[in-house]
Design a protein around this ligand. Structure first.
Ligand code: DQA
Length: 141
């Protein structure tokens, strides 16, 4: 089974970005871990990151066309992008929403809303980068 792991804005700086919140694992390390975790379940995992919303929408549209399961950390877009909401609505294969931190426990009120959750089969948040492992395990069933 093919699985796409899609990471949104500012996650390319994982490991250097606010490590007290997001930890010390870099995006490259996370990508390698996801590929290895997926292999344990026979999944062919591809990890992508973008700071460009249109790119993310194109990837989600292609995932809808191809019925590919998606693990999505849309980062800040989660909280305000209606285009992202519409893109998630089209997905037919399962969508797992992941956040490294627990947005609901953070002080900024804007983080308490998610436009991804209505279309997510499950939400995994606050488990650090291990949340991606849990997301892949969820998809493996
Ligand atoms: C995040 C949480 C979001 O609120 C934030 O905008 C991010 C990362 C997380 O993984 O914890 O960029 O999605």
């Amino acid at each position: 089974m093919k699985v796409l792991v899609l990471n949104g804005p500012n996650l390319g700086r994982l490991g250097r970005r606010q490590p007290e919140i997001y930890g010390s694992t870099t995006h490259d390390e996370l990508a390698a871990q996801c590929v290895a975790w997926g292999r344990e379940h026979g999944q062919e995992v591809e990890v992508r990151q973008t700071n460009h919303e249109g790119q993310m929408l194109d990837w989600l549209n292609a995932a809808a066309d191809e019925a590919t399961p998606v693990v999505l950390n849309a980062a800040a877009w989660t909280h305000y992008s209606y285009a992202l909401y519409d893109a998630c609505a089209q997905l037919e294969a399962p969508l797992v929403e992941v956040h490294i931190s627990e947005p609901k426990d953070r002080p900024e009120e804007f983080r308490h809303t998610s436009l991804v959750t209505p279309y997510a089969a499950t939400v995994i948040a606050g488990r650090g980068v291990d949340g991606y492992r849990d997301a892949l395990a969820f998809l493996a069933g």
